[in-house]
Write a protein that binds this ligand. Structure first.
Ligand code: NAD
Ligand code: DAU
Length: 359
């Protein structure tokens, strides 16, 4: 069906989970500035180490009638019930998750709780809204499909083969969402996206970690032989895709989202070194590539991810706007101009601030 013939769905009170994290905060920023959405945004986030309300401090100040923050854990069903009824929630965009693969290998417990039980709770309270409820959008990952060889792409009908506790917990949550649609006719959409990068990403993930280490002259850890491949998407492109799916996607459908930017890890690390050498040469004058350190591989490290997003392109007319080179330069510039944000994360100031503000 042509996108022009699709009727757009509208929401009044959208609950966004994990809105203080990397993608969630970019999504709220995108949506609050979007002239096609005039409703409220209720951000539910329990502020783990990865949740930073500073990401949205300006939005909280400028849009206090439309943006509401609630420090709540999605594993707390009673609190969710209260929020859904108090704010008359008619749609959910679900980002909240434990999201870092390395942490899921060291300590999987929280991944099971948040990613599976938390999603189950949200589905239950959404179902309880009955006919008033318009949409549950579940934000998921391409990692549920497992690992590719040198050729081929993940498609929406690729069988699930998750390899890490993180991806297994996300796969479980995808299945629950789908099951609530089939069994209870809950209106849902699901998106499975490739690796994101851009502003506000917590510096434990490859790109921000390498940028900050390179600026500080620290070693740049590359796992294994550095030839693992990921498909990279600039975060604003992801936000636009999610909104397109939420407003014009077909209920019960899954859409893959990708960046058309397959890249070996080592190449990304080298690009970051070269861009930084060009725009902010190291004090000692040495090329930053000298800092690259090959380290022990991640257990069960998926070799290659690549996304076929032709369904989203064909049916909903979405394609990424940013090239990897332009997106990476924007990202590096963002980190160069947000020293206070980085300092606050590094010295835990923001965690102290959260305690003062929210107990
Ligand atoms: P993130 O780790 O930066 O943010 C997660 C947010 O969820 C944080 O604000 C955290 O405080 C909150 N949170 C965690 N547990 C919670 C709980 N129990 N209750 C309430 N809030 C909780 O993650 P991200 O990179 O922004 O990813 C967001 C979503 O997108 C996740 O579902 C992830 O699986 C998915 N995803 C991420 C990527 C990526 O490259 N980062 C790619 C595809 C899909
Ligand atoms: O594909 C989507 C997924 O992308 C999301 O679902 C996850 O939430 C997100 O964290 C991301 O997972 P990855 O494991 O791919 O991202 P990460 O940034 O941790 O690693 C990217 C690649 O870089 C991966 O092959 C591991 C490698 N790596 C990572 C780190 C942190 C290194 O070589 N060195 C590092 O220090």
């Amino acid at each position: 069906m042509n996108i022009k013939n699709k009727s757009k769905i509208e929401f009044k009170n959208l609950l966004v989970t994990g809105g203080c994290g990397f993608i969630g905060s970019n999504f709220i920023r995108y949506l609050i500035n979007n002239k096609n959405y005039s409703g409220k945004i209720i951000n539910v986030d329990c502020l783990t180490y990865a949740g930073n309300p500073e990401n949205l401090a300006d939005i909280a100040a400028d849009y206090s009638s439309r943006y509401i923050f609630q420090k709540v854990n999605i594993c707390d069903l009673k609190k969710l019930e209260k929020i859904f009824s108090k704010y008359d929630i008619d749609a959910v965009c679900h980002f909240a998750a434990e999201s870092h693969v390395d942490r899921s290998i060291k300590a999987p417990g929280n991944f099971i709780q948040t990613n599976i039980i938390g999603t189950f709770n949200l589905l239950e309270v959404s179902k309880a809204r009955g006919d008033e409820f318009r949409l549950f959008h579940h934000v998921s990952t391409d990692e549920v499909y497992g690992s590719l060889g040198a050729k081929g792409f993940f498609r929406e009908n690729t069988p699930y083969r998750p390899n890490s506790p993180y991806s297994a917990s996300k796969a479980a949550s995808d299945h629950l969402v789908r099951a609530y649609c089939k069994t209870f006719s809950l209106p849902v959409t699901i998106s499975n996206c490739s690796n994101n990068y851009g502003p506000y990403q917590f510096p434990e993930k490859l790109i921000p970690l390498i940028i900050l280490n390179a600026l500080e002259g620290k070693p740049l850890p590359v796992y294994g032989d550095g030839k693992n491949v990921r498909d990279w998407l600039y975060v604003e492109d992801h936000c636009e895709a999610i909104w397109r799916i939420m407003t014009t996607g077909d209920k019960g459908e899954t859409y893959n989202i990708g960046g058309n930017a397959e890249m070996e890890n080592i190449l990304i690390v080298q690009m970051i070194c070269d861009i930084l050498d060009e725009i902010k040469p190291a004090g000692n004058g040495r090329p930053r590539r000298n800092l690259i350190a090959f380290v022990k591989d991640r257990p069960g490290h998926d070799r290659r991810y690549a996304i076929d997003f032709s369904k989203l392109k064909k049916e909903l007319n979405w394609s990424p706007k940013e090239s990897f080179d332009s997106g990476l330069r924007k990202t590096i510039n963002w980190y160069l101009h947000h020293k206070k944000w980085i300092k606050n994360i590094k010295n835990g100031t923001y965690l102290k601030w959260i305690k003062e503000q929210y107990g």
